[in-house]
Write a protein of this length. Structure first.
Ligand code: NAD
Length: 238
């Protein structure tokens, strides 16, 4: 498969390695240094684009792929205020879009466990929920997209919770997300349910970016001949 990489930073480079190992070709690499090459003509030499760029550029990059008629996998976080617009544009233009806040299989298993646990805890009193995400010091957005997804899943399952807040909870209706930036940590997410007598804790710790890159390449393979909006739940049925 011919792949265009939009964003050639830490993830873009890891995805390139994984794609080549799986016998795909990289036909275009776009980064801040060569934006002049980001044309529809160049994009159309690929069968699918994978965007791991920046919170400020992903939205525009996705729309450019739609305009060029190229399916796009996006892992960039920090732009989701525009997600509904992207979804609508994808449907109106009969295009293909795959988004995941976390492409690793293990983190998606954590999402499933978190939903299950939150449903249980919704009917139990005496426990307070908290969450923490730990990432490398270069990460531009906080909290992480994964931490937001986890918090939103708790909010959907537990009536007494209705929003998340970064670092501190201003009242009991809040799911707090503590964001820690530390060394070169690839990504750790922890959800705790704490009571006066005990604590339940579930977590996922990425050991490297390999699992994330593999998930993104598998997503590109998955959407190649499809139309519509997809996420990890469509690709891996847990
Ligand atoms: N969904 C996931 O599983 C997952 C996993 C890891 C990282 N991420 C997210 O992916 C994004 C990239 O992560 P990273 O660690 O590779 O970051 P990075 O900073 O190493 O790389 C981002 C690259 O995008 C480039 N860029 C800037 N403007 C651009 C533009 N207009 N078009 C294309 N590229 C442009 C930058 O120059 C940089 O090289 C971040 O938002 C991060 O949070 C998501």
């Amino acid at each position: 498969m011919k792949i265009a990489l939009l964003g050639y930073g830490k993830m873009g480079k890891e995805i390139e390695k994984t794609a080549l190992e799986r016998d795909h070709q990289i036909t275009l690499v776009i980064d801040a240094f060569n934006l002049q090459d980001f044309t529809s003509e160049n994009l159309r030499k690929a069968e699918v684009a994978i965007d791991f760029s920046t919170p400020g550029s992903a939205f525009e990059n996705i729309l450019r792929c739609f305009d060029a008629g190229i399916p796009v996998v996006c892992g960039t976080t920090g732009w989701l205020d525009k997600f509904t617009e992207v979804k609508e544009r994808c449907e109106q233009q009969d295009q293909t879009f795959f988004y995941a806040s976390n492409f690793s299989l293990g983190a998606n298993i954590l999402f499933a466990l978190n939903k299950y646990l939150a449903r249980m805890m919704g009917s139990v009193t005496g426990y307070e929920v908290g969450s923490q995400e730990i990432h490398h010091i270069h990460k531009l957005d906080a909290p992480s997209g994964t931490a937001i997804s986890l918090a939103n899943d708790v909010i959907s399952a537990v009536d007494r919770k209705n929003k998340w807040e970064l670092n501190q909870a201003s009242d009991d209706s809040v799911v707090p997300i503590q964001a820690v930036r530390q060394d070169e940590v690839p990504g750790t997410h922890i959800i705790t349910w704490d009571s006066a007598v005990d604590q339940i804790k579930i977590s996922h710790e990425a050991k490297s970016r390999k699992g994330l890159a593999l998930g993104a390449v598998l997503a590109a393979e998955y959407i190649r001949d499809k139309k519509g909006v997809f996420t990890m739940g469509d690709m891996i049925r847990l």
